[in-house]
Design a protein around this ligand. Structure first.
Ligand SMILES: [Zn+2]
Length: 491
């Protein structure tokens, strides 16, 4: 305004012959601010505006070449990674939000390949029992009396809190009332592959496999194109579903183009029963009925010989290893090294909190590496890096999500975690894989991002109302205590 007024006063006294010069001055005067804005704009356009910038981190990308950026940055736009590299290249980007990783490790978010989230509410109940005794005395009575949509919603959110706080960004679920699991997952901003259970006896949510399958049709159509939720069909196991149910589940998964989740070859007893019932071990049996394919994600596969492993590889089945659950239930040791050598996609899972008893994949990686060293009879039989692969890209491959998650690469979804290094147990760091797998645990995770959204920052949850989750969980825990009290009274 001042410039314009000055120019006007001055121009009133100039001759017409001065008009070209006047015009030039007018340009400078009037357009001047615009010109300098353009300059600013062009300066700005040399920066790329992004939604989120993560700076000053030690990036362990888990890409094919195991690229690391000891002093690196990462830029996110529209939920995907748009740039990643050394800090020296970060000046080209400006973030709406910036997270200073403070030299902490930045890793792809961990991927929990198998679990039953709402079973957190039964954590630590009826410990150190044989599987059948535990199921009959505790799990089945509680599930039949108490399980409903609210129980599953709040139980899942408790699990999601625990998983986010220990660095998991994607989880897999097989349970009942799966619509509620999907809702809790979406509300929390977490990523999930969520399978509705089909089981050959009356379940808490459906009286028959046919009813459960009819529900799957609606469930899948509700969630099919959700950015965070991948709906799935989960026939419980070959020993709890008859052949017709297994075939119908497989046909529906093919038709709806969704994953097919199942427990497979978990115990020696399952193999024995399968022989008695079908004349074959579980894996060849499923192969003989045309069940196996690359949409199958099989939890456990503990009792798998080289022929079974060949079938898993040939049909493209993804396998999820759950070492702590297998150890706690004395199920056996899955032949993970042989599966990996054969080219089977092997991921890592925690199984439900009732048989583990936590959902911390850091502890699971530690156990995995040590178990397979011991089982292989050599300290070189399994490495920390292989365990971290299993918990990231391995699970992503097994779930057929590796195009989007499992490693930090440009074009992939921005699912990442920042792990603190300013901790006594993190000093010194000679090797990041060793530090993550053998020294740290889930409580070392500082910040968690899923789909470009910050879900936990400096260990504070940004999206979930934590006191409400605790309050709702206590309500159901009291109900569980009451059920147990009544049963003890009637014994
Ligand atoms: Zn399980």
């Amino acid at each position: 305004m001042i410039k314009t007024r000055l120019l006007f006063e001055w121009s009133a006294n100039v001759h017409l012959s001065h008009l070209p010069a006047l015009f030039l001055l007018w340009c400078v005067s009037i357009l001047g601010p615009a010109c300098s804005a353009t300059t600013e704009n062009s300066t700005q356009s040399s920066f790329q505006q992004v939604d989120l910038l993560v700076t000053e981190g030690y990036f362990v990308t888990m890409d094919q070449e195991f690229t690391e950026y000891p002093d690196g940055f990462l830029a996110v736009r529209g939920g995907r990674i748009v740039a990643l590299g050394p800090m020296t290249e970060s000046s080209r980007y400006r973030g709406v939000k910036t997270i200073d990783a403070d030299h902490g490790l930045v890793l792809p978010g961990l991927v929990n390949g198998h679990g039953h989230a709402a079973m957190t509410l039964m954590r630590g109940l009826g410990e150190d029992l044989e599987l059948m005794g535990w199921l009959e005395k505790y799990v089945f009575p509680i599930e039949s009396e108490l399980l409903n949509d609210e129980y599953v919603y709040w139980g899942t959110l408790l699990a999601v809190l625990e998983m986010i706080s220990s660095g998991t960004t994607t989880f897999t679920d097989m349970y009942y009332f799966e619509d509620e699991v999907a809702q809790a997952t979406a509300d929390a901003g977490m990523r999930g592959v969520l399978g509705q259970t089909i089981i050959g006896f009356p379940a808490p949510d459906h009286d028959s496999p046919a009813e459960a399958l009819a529900f799957c049709e609606q469930y899948v159509s509700r969630w099919k194109n959700h950015p965070l939720v991948t709906p799935a069909i989960a026939p419980h196991s070959p020993y709890t579903c008859d052949e017709a149910t297994l075939r119908a589940s497989k046909a529906m998964a093919d038709r709806l183009d969704v994953p097919l989740l199942i427990h497979l070859a978990e115990t020696q007893n399952e193999t024995k029963q399968s022989f008695e019932k079908t004349g074959k071990p579980p894996i060849p049996y499923l192969n003989s009925i045309g069940f196996l394919s690359n949409r199958v994600v099989a939890a456990h596969c503990v009792w798998a010989d080289s022929l079974d492993i060949g079938l898993l590889k040939q049909s493209g089945v993804g396998v999820i290893h759950n070492p702590e659950s297998n150890m706690k239930l004395a199920s056996g040791v899955a032949p993970v090294s042989e599966m990996l050598e054969s080219g089977v996609a092997v991921g890592l899972g925690t199984d439900g909190a009732a048989s583990n008893n936590n959902l911390d994949l850091f502890q699971e990686m530690d156990t995995m590496a040590k178990l397979h060293k011991l089982n292989g009879g050599s300290a070189t039989a399994f490495s920390a890096r292989e365990a971290l692969v299993a918990a990231t890209l391995g699970s992503a491959r097994a779930l057929d999500l590796d195009r989007d998650i499992g490693s930090l690469e440009v074009g992939k979804k921005a699912d990442l975690i920042v792990v603190r290094r300013n901790l006594p147990a993190a000093i010194p760091m000679y090797d990041p894989y060793s530090l993550v797998v053998y020294s740290l645990n889930g409580s070392s995770v500082d910040t968690v991002v899923v789909d470009g959204e910050v879900l936990m920052e400096s260990r504070r949850f940004t999206k979930i109302n934590v006191p409400e989750v605790y309050a709702q969980a206590s309500r159901f825990i009291e109900e569980i205590r009451a059920v147990l009290g009544r049963r003890e009274g009637s014994d």
